[in-house]
Unconditional design. Structure first.
Length: 240
């Protein structure tokens, strides 16, 4: 019986302690809320220049052609001429971080023509109806801005003629092969379209020319250099 009384007393004491603890807990201020989970900020995706593109361009050109005849001196002189140009280009880029590597080919029709008289009054004409380049490109991408340099093979059609004092004309027409270097800026307007501006120098060295008319035969060495400034647009396939 004593054990029953003792058990009852212990149970009562435990119940009293639990009630007191509950009352104290009810009097405490509510726990502060857990801090909200910080949102993750994602950096915007940089523009990717990788892809195949086609486009067109217009601009201006400056040609310089120097003639020399070491034997007779006939035909000596330098031609300088400004003209318009326009054409198309096709190429492909591959981007590695900021480095952009590419290949490009272009073709331009030009209005580059010049005419002068030599030391005895004969008329010399020279014209460059078209130019073309096949180049490699190396650039640095700053998101939508691409700064690049280029270099490679240059081609041009050379049409030269000499008219003697009797009015007889002899003509040379051939394709020149040379080299080119250039640089430019290109800016992506959206995921496919980009605008560009570019400068190119085309060097063709010296070429032996021969003109035969009923009155005479003239031989000359003629060099040709062309400078071009182009503004254009490109449409890039397989963009984002």
């Amino acid at each position: 019986m004593k054990s029953s009384v003792l058990s009852g007393a212990l149970a009562l004491a435990a119940l009293t302690a639990a009630s007191a603890a509950g009352a104290q807990a009810a009097d405490l201020p509510p726990a502060p809320p857990l801090p909200a989970k910080a949102s993750i900020a994602y950096a915007p995706k940089l523009f990717d220049w990788t892809g195949i593109y086609v486009g067109g361009h217009v601009g201006g050109g400056f040609s310089e052609s120097s003639w020399s005849d070491p034997i007779t001196g006939i035909g000596n002189g330098t031609f300088n001429n400004f003209g318009f140009l326009g054409g198309a280009q096709v190429g492909a880029n591959m981007q590695f971080n900021r480095l952009v590597l590419g290949l490009e080919g272009d073709f331009s029709w030009t209005s580059l023509k010049a005419s002068r008289r030599d030391s005895i009054g004969e008329t010399i004409n020279t014209a460059v109806p078209w130019t073309s380049t096949i180049t490699g490109r190396v650039g640095a991408a700053f998101d939508r801005l691409l700064v690049y340099g280029k270099g490679g093979l240059a081609l041009a059609q050379d049409q030269s003629s000499l008219t003697d004092l009797g009015g007889h004309t002899a003509t040379n027409s051939f394709m020149r092969e040379g080299w080119t270097v250039g640089a430019g800026l290109e800016y992506a307007l959206d995921d496919h379209w980009a605008a560009k501006i570019e400068y190119d120098y085309l060097g063709f060295g010296s070429q032996a020319l021969s003109f035969t008319t009923p009155l005479e035969k003239v031989g000359a060495n003629a060099s040709l250099n062309v400078q071009e400034v182009k503004a254009g647009v490109n449409f890039r396939f397989n963009g984002p």
